[in-house]
Ligand binder design. Structure first.
Ligand code: GTR
Length: 435
């Protein structure tokens, strides 16, 4: 198992986006032996800070949920601002006959402060032409620009900064035509549209470039009165907070689009963007379904489990993802007042889906499953069935009702198999499943 880690670090396409490398010594120290996992007890989501037990869904919603959310804001992801005043949406691209007539393609520029020289993002949205409106939708951030999610030549090529990557067709910090459709298999746009869903995406670098100084030219500086000179407090937002905030602003737009049923939007993401979709779903309850694909440490995986990536590693390699206080737990994760099962619990009673992959041991598949398992008591308060299994299922056997889970055979990626499960899950919960 150990031999897989260096491969994962070197060849995982999203890891190529990484800022600081993980040192060889740290890689050697990583634990991949289940027998050596010595996990400190998890915090109980159903005990109030005062020590009193939580015994009803009402007490969860009114008392405990706000406490848990506050603990994540103060210690892990930081505090994000609300909806900005004066935000403007502009349809900057429209084609009713995209994908050979299958869908309407819209490109929407969001001016966060309403100012055209201020921060902005571009949403790419496909709406199925054949479906009765309004339709449910999937929404997620992408790693390399909207033009990479499908080879549709009508998608505007991103002009935002991105890290050079020959395979992705990124040269001198900018995308080239070569990168069109680079991530088609990860997005399955036609499949999603044929199933009757709209699908929307935004390049995460529109919100904040993914490196330690990225915030200086991103959203966080743009919205701060001290701009690039801001001195961040221990509980200020990190990049995950900024990316998740962008997803909420996209949902603000979707609420205005008559083609979309904004009460049926599933937010999803892969890897660091899976951490982001979880935080978006936790902090914005308008998201009706939350999906995490191979999100790992700081995402679905339990922090207290010493398996694969650890808090020490992630806060060293990617300090900018979290609030500054998170790094203070680097060498003593068990003192964190929360763990990631409580992040999953913040979705309750909404449906949440966690996906892992067999060759993605770095992300700790079992730890991802166990955070779902340990969120079940909160779902039970709402009389919602969780995973429906006592232990992690065999590979390629999806399980779960309100907490969905699968372990896919293969590597750190999003595949057609993953999408098939997300579509079935959404069909079931949005009432589209065949009777
Ligand atoms: C890795 C990081 C993971 C994961 C991944 C990704 O290098 O250690 O936590 O988020 O990047 O986003 O691809």
């Amino acid at each position: 198992m150990n031999s897989r880690l260096p491969l994962r670090i070197l060849f995982c396409s999203t890891a190529l986006l990484s800022a600081a490398p993980v040192h060889a010594a740290e890689r050697r120290d990583v634990n991949y032996d289940e027998a050596k996992v010595n996990m400190a007890p998890l915090p109980d989501p159903l005990v109030l800070n005062s020590g009193k037990p939580v015994t009803s869904s009402r007490a969860w919603t009114k008392q405990r949920r706000p406490e848990v959310l506050e603990l994540f804001q103060a210690n892990v992801y930081g505090r994000s601002p609300g909806k900005p005043k004066g935000m403007k949406f502009e349809i900057t691209g429209l084609d009713h006959l995209a994908l050979d007539g299958l869908a309407t393609r819209k490109e929407i520029t969001v001016w966060f402060t309403g100012k055209k020289d201020g921060p902005k993002m571009t949403i790419l949205l496909y709406v199925p032409n054949g479906a009765k409106k309004p339709v449910p939708a999937f929404l997620g951030l992408n790693f390399y620009g909207n033009h990479t999610v499908d080879s549709d030549p009508g998608i505007t090529l991103s002009t935002a900064w991105m890290r050079d990557n020959k395979d992705a067709g990124v040269v001198n910090g900018r995308a080239t035509d070569k990168s069109r459709g680079f991530q088609t298999s990860r997005w399955q746009i036609e499949k999603v549209v044929r199933r009757g869903y709209a699908t929307a995406t935004i390049y995460y670098g529109d919100l904040e470039p993914d490196h330690a100084d990225g915030w200086k030219t991103g959203l966080r500086a743009a919205l701060s009165k001290d701009g690039a000179n801001t001195l961040w407090k221990p509980d200020d937002w990190g990049a995950i907070g900024a990316w998740a905030w962008g997803l909420s602003r996209a949902l603000d737009y979707l609420e205005t689009d008559k083609d979309i049923n904004a009460k049926q939007v599933a937010v999803h993401g892969h890897s660091r963007l899976g951490k982001t979709s979880l935080w978006a779903g936790a902090s914005d309850e308008r998201f009706a379904i939350v999906i995490s694909n191979d999100s790992g440490e700081g995402g679905a995986a339990l922090t207290r489990r010493d398996f694969g990536e650890t808090t020490a590693i992630i806060t060293k390699a990617f300090p900018h993802w979290f609030c500054p206080r998170y790094a203070t737990y680097a060498s003593n994760a068990p003192t964190l007042p929360v763990d990631q099962h409580e992040l999953i619990a913040l979705m309750a009673p909404r449906p949440v889906y966690i996906a892992s992959a067999t060759e993605d041991q770095w992300a700790d598949p079992r730890g991802e499953f166990l955070s779902g398992k340990n969120a079940e008591p909160v779902y039970a308060l709402f009389k919602k069935a969780g995973l429906g299994v006592a232990d992690q299922p065999a590979a390629d056997h999806p399980v779960g009702n309100f907490i969905g889970y699968h372990l896919r055979t293969g590597k750190h990626d999003i595949t057609e198999f993953d999408w098939e499960q997300y579509l079935n899950f959404a069909d079931r919960h949005f009432g589209k499943a065949k009777k």
